[in-house]
Write a protein that binds this ligand. Sequence first.
Ligand SMILES: NC(=O)c1ccc[n+]([C@@H]2O[C@H](COP(=O)([O-])OP(=O)(O)OC[C@H]3O[C@@H](n4cnc5c(N)ncnc54)[C@H](O)[C@@H]3O)[C@@H](O)[C@H]2O)c1
Length: 285
Amino acid sequence: MATTATELTATKLWGGSTAVITGAAGGLGAGFAEVAASFGMSVVLIDVDADGLAGVVDRIVATGGRARAVVVDVRDFDQMQALADEVAATDPPIGLLVNNAGIEHVGLLWEEPPSAWHRVIDVNLHGVYHGVRAFVPHLVAGSRDSVVLNISSIGGLTTGGYHATYSVTKHAVLAMSEALADGLKDVGAPVRVAVALPGPINTRIYSVANTEAGEDSALGARLGSLRNMLGGDGMDPHEAAAMMLDQVAAGAFAVTTHPDWLERFGLQRSERIAQMSREPAKFTC
Ligand SMILES: NC(=O)c1ccc[n+]([C@@H]2O[C@H](COP(=O)([O-])OP(=O)(O)OC[C@H]3O[C@@H](n4cnc5c(N)ncnc54)[C@H](O)[C@@H]3O)[C@@H](O)[C@H]2O)c1
């Protein structure tokens, strides 16, 4: 297979280093793991799904890559800290950390079970924070330049009545990434930050959503159409990961699978904030 110019850039940037990827047992995380391995990185795959992890590791090793799986729940800071210390001590220097693990819950904010709110916030927001808190001190003290890639979403720029909790976490991941980049720049650390704001990707995210007890089955039809939308229009996860890692390797802060969506929803968001700031008395949501 021909090597592209971008592959050469990413290989030059990251080859020989370690990539740590959360939520790597399937979907976009598995895509990131496979693409990182193709750049010559040793990949540490983190997930709660041991079988899924084993399948991805087998695929990477079968194509000559280096990968190992670790069953860790990103909600558990102690597990994340222990893993970060172990990787820093035993693996090649970390070149890339991808805080990717994430889940959805569909429903109206005042109706969803409080356990669903807490679970989504724990995985999507605290999970990313745990990755940052556990690994970034090692990156700051590390012997090579590195990149932290946090996975937000186009949903980090929009809001939707049935995606409230998810939107809250994805807006927060964008804010966290900006603040992290500011802080690392302030101290002159050799660590760059990027944030992914992908559009639809063909993964299981809606197939495993809404698992809480006592769910309202009226949401079934809505979930069904969201699954069909991803199945029909969602980008292939491997292609999505390759596209976004190319943009990260080229130095971008905000990366996406759908540049036209990023521009459209970004401008809508900034115009909405401008309107509520310019004429607060006239602004209605
Ligand atoms: N699929 C999309 O259209 C889309 C769009 C924008 C952003 N995203 C984001 O991409 C990321 C990956 O999602 P996906 O679409 O690949 O979904 P997915 O359900 O296919 O994969 C998510 C992975 O995270 C793992 N995971 C869940 N909870 C975990 C935990 N507590 N600890 C460790 N691992 C855990 C799951 O086991 C799974 O392997 C998420 O952050 C999601 O919000 C997805």
